[in-house]
Design a protein around this ligand. Sequence first.
Ligand code: ZN
Length: 379
Amino acid sequence: MSSRPFQICTNCVMDTTDAKIVFDARGVCDHCNNFYRNILPNWDTGERGRAALEKVVEQIKADGQGKQFDCIIGMSGGIDSSYLTWVAKEQLGLRPLVFHVDAGWNSQIAVNNIERLIDALELDLYTEVIDWEEMRNLQLAFFKAGVPHIDTPQDHAFFATMYNFAEKHGVRYILTGANLSTECIRNPIEWMYYQSDSIQLRDIHAKFGTRPLNKFPLTTILRHKVYLRYVKRIQVVAPLNYVPYLKQDAMRLLQEKFGWQPYPQKHFESRFTKFYESYWLPKKFGYDTRKVQYSSLILTKQMTREEALEKLSQPAYDAATVMQDFEYIATKLGITVAELQGYMDAPNKSYRDYKSQETIYLFGAKVMRMLGLEMGGKR
Ligand SMILES: [Zn+2]
């Protein structure tokens, strides 16, 4: 732990629990300054944005002619992917195949939400189930590794599966619910290292895994960012960046139209992620992802700083049910509560303690920024 005195941004709620945060003379953090300098001036959800999106949509439709569907949408059941699905079908007139990866941790609410949306919009749902024994073993390996980013196995499986499917079936467009409106600040690398880094995943698996990864879907940054993008011409499109996307409005629309049920917090559609983000990460490492989420909403004027501070004064987890969750996670992973507690109490490690491709990611991000292809990005 550093001896740096605690400081919180005067504009958002990011603070020195993000070790690399930098404040200017007014006490405004680099996340905020990056937003005002690089993101906001280049981000248009009005006419200009709509026109840019229309161009992409026309291309997607043209390329999809005669095909069963013209794009795929990765659906978690969460707010972003749910709203995106409605936008794609009803507003943009696309013919998406909705793609869901079941890594074993779906909450019942998520399952219901996906079903309701699919039925009402008359879309096809394709579900890929990840081999549970491999998944469980890999998740345990991450716990044993002592790193903060133990949600990597789920995340990696999600997009590796999408890319694999797209390549196999000649799908050219993957629609993602990723968006600036609720995610203009990203989790610092220290908190959540790149989940797509297969070198890191393999190293942690080699050191702590106890069974081979035969069926687990894998991808590498060079494969999906270079080979699939430029050779196979598979494009990832983020439509929510081109249209007005306000979380409360989107939630209301989904509730009214589909009987969609909200979650208490972003990413809580997965029972594992809920446990991880609300309890494990803040408790073991002092990293509270709500700070990133609320700060994004503050910057996009969907929450006041006071409201965020008030919410942050309460713990991220529900004290009444957290021990049940703890037991649920341990039982499902096939270990005892004491063993899981042992991982909680073990020394904290970072991604730097294992092999990684960080230099490639940093280089790639630099190139993307130079080309003006990326405004935000992790740091
Ligand atoms: Zn800030």
